[in-house]
Design a protein around this ligand. Sequence first.
Ligand SMILES: Cc1cc2nc3c(=O)[nH]c(=O)nc-3n(C[C@H](O)[C@H](O)[C@H](O)COP(=O)(O)OP(=O)(O)OC[C@H]3O[C@@H](n4cnc5c(N)ncnc54)[C@H](O)[C@@H]3O)c2cc1C
Length: 389
Amino acid sequence: MPQPSSVLERRHREITASFESFVQRELVPLAAEVPEPVDGPPRELRDYVRRRSATLGFYGAEYPESMGGAGMPVTALVQLHHAAGASGCPLAPYALAGPDGPSWLLTHGTARQIEEYLVPMVRGEKLRCLAMTEPGSGSDSFAMSTKARWDGDGWVLNGRKTFVSNAGHADYAIVVADVTDGPTGHGGATAFVMPLDHPGLRRGQQYAGMAGEPLFELVLDEARLPMAAVVGESEGIGSAVEYAMDSLAYGRLLVAAQCNGIAEFALREAVGFARERRAFGQVIGGYQHVQEHLVTGRAGVETAKLLTLACAELVDEGLESGENAALAKLVATEVAVDVVDRALQVHGATGYVRGHPLEYLYRHIRMMTIIEGTSEVQKVIIARSMGLG
Ligand SMILES: Cc1cc2nc3c(=O)[nH]c(=O)nc-3n(C[C@H](O)[C@H](O)[C@H](O)COP(=O)(O)OP(=O)(O)OC[C@H]3O[C@@H](n4cnc5c(N)ncnc54)[C@H](O)[C@@H]3O)c2cc1C
């Protein structure tokens, strides 16, 4: 029996099936060879997966053809991210451009920046990290204290960024700093791109998260940069706020799609377990309390999928201004946290032990209601769109 969301998935079924086949054929056997390391798969393996996926046309496919991508619409992209999560394969997310991949901030860059930084990332050859959050500004990330001053000869950056993903292995950093006295007259939050081994930029404290790779502090101490380091269509002019706003709906939908996929995987595992596991003389799936977990989970996943897929259509049509993506991100992440929790509960101790996929997902999924804007921040956006606050 087809699910309602499959109606919205028909158009891009072929490319999604092709990605699913790549994951099953190549990534699942590879993942089986590596025991789950504490901080994600080894770098060489991730590099291989990314480059192989780029060769096959999946990684970075959403970027314009002129930048090395395939101009894939968001409606197709969310289906690939969903498929990666739903596969349960720990390597599948690395086959798609995520938070260490090419950046929409850079699509606003000069022709030279696109050639030098963005194109190698779309090809899967280079990685970057994005340094926005600071010890004193998280949700209000543009209330930053990192400053960029022009000293007549170049930019000088000073400040401290924190909780930066991928800084352990990225080639470049996109650092957002506050320009107070730029030579071109522009000011405010501005994105700079620089190699991670640039003098004056160093990794500070490392934080182990609940799951996956560590997060890093990045310290800028009199880091000197040329005028051309400002990400902007014209050299030296760029507004990080404007660029970030342009890509917000996009990033939030990808998180929503990943969450829907993970929740679908967790639910599938739980339903399979509930059909087999016996207690008190019958399969546990026959008990209403267990059914409640599974049916509530299914209702949540299907709702979140419909919202995500419909919102992706609006983005492709240029009709999305942010509030629907906030709604999709809010619902999908909260549902996924709930569904993974319920799926683990249905498994009892079997799902709790290290090595079981649900034990890992229970830790991994928790970050989703925090990254790309917390659930509370999504609610603020939605409330504003309703004329409140
Ligand atoms: C796994 C992970 C990866 C990350 N990767 C990166 C990265 O690569 N680069 C980067 O720059 N940052 C990164 N971050 C940081 C992330 O962007 C911030 O954690 C996030 O923006 C929230 O900021 P905060 O943690 O300082 O919480 P705060 O902003 O201090 O919020 C604390 C609490 O207050 C609530 N709150 C805040 N403002 C409001 C409001 N107006 N109304 C209601 N409630 C509110 C929040 O929802 C939250 O519950 C990462 C974080 C995690 C967990």
